[in-house]
Design a protein around this ligand. Structure first.
Ligand code: FMN
Length: 172
């Protein structure tokens, strides 16, 4: 069918969320540093790969997110892929209470952006594009540096599915 605009949804937002939740994802914390030096971090499962050459990734942030002004203004951020053992950090960086970085072990990129210790992997990105769509903004980042956790004890990813956290039980 050609040229027909989208039909209105025949489902509500709760149903949409439940259906989307069947797509299992990893979980990330996306970090940056505000102009005043404050450390910023938010939990996000919307991360995905886009392109190998050039190396591009994407994630999306709710328009009403408190961190939006900083992510709109900043050129760089780090995407930290969480390990199964980091579920507490995942919840902390999804909640608005207090200083999210208090007691969190991290080291910093050359530009002072936190890389969370114990993360499975991280991507340091220069933001390339932003697309406002619906109630989110899609960020496309060009990866400048990335690395894996070399600790063999720290290889199990945190998995989010059906609104709950899981670990991978090794199908092999
Ligand atoms: C597992 C999980 C995944 C999430 N993924 C996203 C996401 O991809 N984008 C988003 O905007 N919020 C996401 N959130 C919600 C944010 O982490 C949460 O709203 C956070 O408090 C935003 O912080 P801010 O208001 O300080 O920016 C997620 C929360 C959880 C628990």
């Amino acid at each position: 069918m050609q040229g027909r605009s989208a039909a209105p949804p025949d489902f509500d937002a709760a149903m949409f969320r439940s259906v989307l939740g069947q797509f299992a994802t990893g979980v990330t914390i996306i970090t940056t540093r505000a102009a005043n030096g404050d450390l910023i971090g938010i939990t996000a499962s919307s991360f995905n790969s886009v392109s190998l050459t050039p190396p591009l990734v994407l994630w999306s942030l709710a328009t009403q997110s408190g961190s939006m002004p900083v992510f709109q203004a900043n050129s760089h951020y780090v995407i930290n892929v969480l390990a199964a053992s980091q579920v507490e950090l995942c919840l902390r960086f999804a909640s608005s209470k207090g200083n999210r970085f208090e007691g969190v072990p991290y080291h910093s990129t050359d530009s002072g952006i936190p890389i969370i210790d114990g993360a499975l992997a991280w991507f340091e990105c220069h933001n390339r594009s932003r697309y406002a769509e619906g109630d989110h903004v899609i960020f496309v980042g060009e990866v400048e540096r990335c690395s894996l956790n070399e600790n063999p004890e720290q290889t199990e990813p945190l998995v989010f599915h059906g609104g709950r956290f899981h670990t991978v039980n090794g199908l092999d």
